[in-house]
Design a protein around this ligand. Structure first.
Ligand code: NAP
Length: 296
């Protein structure tokens, strides 16, 4: 609506949260933006992107209230801190403790009309290579997915609160500047890997994650929407392609796969039905070359 300023808080400004902040800034939306960080050291990085930057751990009721008290929309782009893979307990702390804190605060946040949350396509279990979409029943297939599903359930129950919209975006694995796949796969050159590498992997460019987030806010989406590109790619095609391009030895696939990972192709039909046009429909172009925006 022209003239009306939307007050928006992004809780958790890592790779996705910062990409959304940049997206909003570059589209000159009439948004008054507040960003949060748990770390004093990141205040200076975030300041140019928003009207306010606040220290906030989402598990701290006082800090979360201060970050959200004036907000019309809250976007949660949380992820466990640090570079290392955390166990399910770390996931629980990051996602569930934070969303439980939000739940407790909701009665004191009457202005908050929409909550957007970045979940993950890793909630989908194995489908033997078949397509899955938002209507496919999901059940936990490991401890991490159990936490992610519990977080989604918690949020979906909040949607029953009158005048609060809840939108859950299930992001596929992210690629884009700073997440260079050639670099990521380099260490696998010439290694033996169990299985045949034929399972599908599902990706989305960070620009499309940010674009879909902006659309969800501007169009007031609710419900669950997958944010994934058009072309699931087999693991071997992706990794061996990246190694070949760098002149490195391919992986030697073979033997029984003990932990082959979930094999499913994730549909983006709903994302498109809602009018979103992907900027990066595939992770490789027609020549089989990794998306140029991979180059940092
Ligand atoms: N990355 C992927 O490939 C991927 C794939 C699928 C889904 N997703 C979804 O997208 C989310 C965001 O991903 P990302 O790549 O942007 O993660 P990220 O770069 O790790 O950023 C997450 C941010 O959350 C903040 N944070 C952590 N604990 C917090 C807390 N207790 N309270 C408030 N903020 C906290 C941290 O900010 P400070 O360090 O500044 O405090 C961190 O920068 C993921 O968690 C997942 O749900 C991501």
């Amino acid at each position: 609506m022209p003239g009306l300023t939307l007050r928006l808080t992004i809780v958790g400004c890592g790779y996705v949260g910062m990409a959304l902040a940049c997206e909003l800034q570059s589209h000159r939306t009439t948004t008054e933006l507040t960003l949060t960080t748990t770390s004093e050291g990141r205040l200076e990085v975030l300041k140019p992107l928003a009207e306010q930057v606040q220290i906030c751990s989402a598990q701290n009721p006082k800090q979360l209230y201060e970050a959200l008290s004036e907000a019309d929309v809250a976007v949660f782009c949380l992820g466990p801190k640090g570079d290392r893979q955390v166990d399910a307990g770390g996931y629980r702390q990051t996602f569930l403790d934070s969303l439980n804190c939000l739940k407790q605060l909701l009665p004191a946040l009457p202005k908050l009309g929409q909550i957007v949350y970045t979940s993950s396509c890793s909630v989908y279990s194995d489908a033997a290579g078949d397509w899955v979409d938002e209507t496919t029943p999901v059940q936990a297939h490991d401890d991490h997915s159990a936490v992610l599903l519990e977080a989604e359930d918690l949020l979906q129950n909040l949607a029953e609160t009158p005048s609060k919209q809840v939108c859950i975006l299930r992001l596929a694995a992210l690629h884009g500047p700073g997440r260079d796949l050639d670099q990521r796969f380099r260490g696998l050159a010439g290694q033996n890997r169990a299985g045949d590498g034929q399972r599908f992997t599902n990706w989305v460019h960070v620009a499309d994650a940010a674009g879909a987030l902006r659309a969800s806010i501007e169009k007031g989406w609710s419900g669950v929407v997958n944010v994934v590109n058009d072309e699931p790619i087999r693991l071997a095609d992706l990794v061996d392609g990246a190694l070949r391009r760098q002149g490195l030895a391919p992986i030697r696939w073979g033997g029984e796969a003990h932990q082959s990972g979930c094999n499913r192709r994730i549909s983006n039909r709903r994302l498109k039905q809602r009018g979103y046009q992907l900027q990066h429909p595939a992770i490789v172009d027609q020549r089989g070359v990794l998306d140029a925006s991979q180059v940092p």
